[in-house]
Ligand binder design. Structure first.
Ligand code: EPU
Length: 421
């Protein structure tokens, strides 16, 4: 298994291009199942999760091909041959469950393996199934698979989610596009990836309003048609690389970044002593003189501070002046990076969903192990500013969500290399 060697070596400068959003692309790809006509995505990120979704769609009989070195994904679901998402694929990637709503809407049936838990939490699917049942689906759990059917089609309904789940919102919105009548989804998630999905569905002929607010209204239509859509910028990759100059010093411009994607995160950076400026090309980030200051962070659904940036923010706060309290409110087990950062000399006390970080002057390089995608990149960030060498193993987690990480960081002066094994 490959690992990444990082050597702490001071300030960074230059530009980093930000890719299209993994989590937007992973919901846009299943949208192809809603129509017989082709759907083409541009600005797609080159990631192993996208390959997993490609394999899943192909296993259903969809045609999926990539152009321009993987940045364009051309899909057609004209002749689907299966409506079963197999455990062997779903267990690799939870986002596979996003085929449930589209398959059910187009064919009146879908069989989707339950994904099971993952490193960051149990991650059940009850909010997905409750929403689809409100639209008239019958869903039964058999042999680890959700068997969903709607023989007479789905029917619009008013449904309020108990929690604003991103994936459940995506599944319910996609299903409702082909339902009879109007669906009103209350307490919907407001993430930019959902806005991006709705913009694409609208190009395909769907009638939807209210995306980006907590009430989304969908007027069902008989058919959706083909479209071409550009994937929105990855706000988590953006926030991750914004932390590189914040941790190491210097000034880096993140190409394609917009403040509207990372508002709550930028507020915390500002309080910590990091300046962020919106430019014509993206966001410019630099650290103010002096040491980073401690800040408290609580993760929340968008527009709050994203759980997907909590591990990386912790890497910054490990060397801040003072004590920071990080509260993880979205996933029950998302502090697996804390013991690894502790191996690098960080002072972190985790009690349940709260981590208290007392800043130290400098971290020290060490061999550390990635436990999930965001944890792995937080260890790389920590290694960039640590004294000596840090070797991050199990980097296959990283390949799920960060394309060309070595090249992007090398491009701004970091000492980083991938060690093949
Ligand atoms: N939840 C339930 N029941 C459900 C669905 C969710 O209890 O039916 C719970 C989850 O267990 C979790 C919370 O609700 O505790 C939030 O889950 P949500 O459904 O909002 O998350 P998701 O759709 O599974 C997406 C991203 C995650 C990101 C979360 C939160 C994709 C493919 N994944 O997951 O991304 O952390 O939203 O913003 O969009 C990542 O990229 O590293 C990542 C984990």
């Amino acid at each position: 298994m490959d690992s990444i060697l990082v050597t702490g070596n001071g300030a960074l400068s230059g530009q980093i291009p930000i890719a299209g959003a993994k989590n937007a692309c992973l919901t846009l790809m299943p949208a192809t199942l809603l129509s017989e006509e082709p759907l083409t995505l541009t600005n797609a990120p080159r990631l192993s999760d996208i390959k997993t979704m490609t394999a899943l769609l192909q296993s259903l009989g969809a045609e999926v091909s990539t152009l321009q070195d993987g940045q364009v994904i051309a899909m057609s679901s004209h002749d689907l041959t299966s409506h079963t998402a197999d455990y062997e694929i779903v267990r690799k990637m939870r986002a596979s469950n996003l085929v449930l709503g589209p398959l059910l809407a187009r064919f009146g049936q879908a069989v989707v393996s339950l994904p099971g838990g993952c490193a960051i939490g149990a991650r059940p699917m009850d909010l997905h199934t409750e929403g689809l049942e409100a639209l008239g689906a019958e869903i039964e759990l058999k042999d680890g698979y959700l068997h969903a059917s709607a023989p007479r089609g789905l029917t619009g309904a008013v449904h309020e989610m108990r929690f604003a789940s991103v994936g459940a919102t995506e599944n319910i919105v996609m299903a409702a596009t082909l339902a009879k009548g109007t669906t009103v989804l209350k307490n919907a998630a407001r993430e930019p990836e959902i806005v991006d999905l709705v913009e694409c569905l609208r190009k395909m002929g769907a009638q939807i309003s209210g995306e980006g607010t907590s009430t989304i209204e969908i007027q069902g239509v008989d058919l959706l048609h083909g479209a071409t859509h550009q994937v929105v910028t990855d706000r988590i990759e953006l926030g991750t690389y914004m932390l590189a100059p914040a941790i190491c010093g210097g000034e880096v411009e993140l190409l394609g970044g917009r403040l509207s994607l990372v508002g709550a995160f930028v507020e915390k950076l500002d309080a910590a002593g990091i300046e962020v400026e919106e430019t014509a090309k993206g966001l410019k980030v630099r650290r103010r003189n002096g040491r980073v200051q401690a800040v408290d962070v609580t993760t929340e659904p968008f527009p709050g501070f994203p759980t997907d940036l909590q591990a990386q923010m912790m890497a910054l706060l490990c060397t801040a002046e003072g004590t920071s309290v990080l509260e993880e409110k979205i996933f029950e087990n998302r502090f697996m990076h804390a013991p690894e950062l502790t191996r690098m000399g960080a002072r972190i006390d985790v009690q349940g969903g709260t981590a208290t970080v007392t800043g130290v002057d400098r971290l020290k390089g060490a061999p550390v192990m990635a436990t999930d995608l965001r944890a792995s990149v937080s260890l790389i960030l920590a290694g960039l500013a640590a004294e000596g060498e840090t070797v991050v193993s199990r980097v296959y987690h990283l390949d799920r969500g960060y394309e060309h990480v070595v090249q992007k960081l090398e491009g701004v002066g970091a000492k980083i290399e991938r060690i093949k094994s």
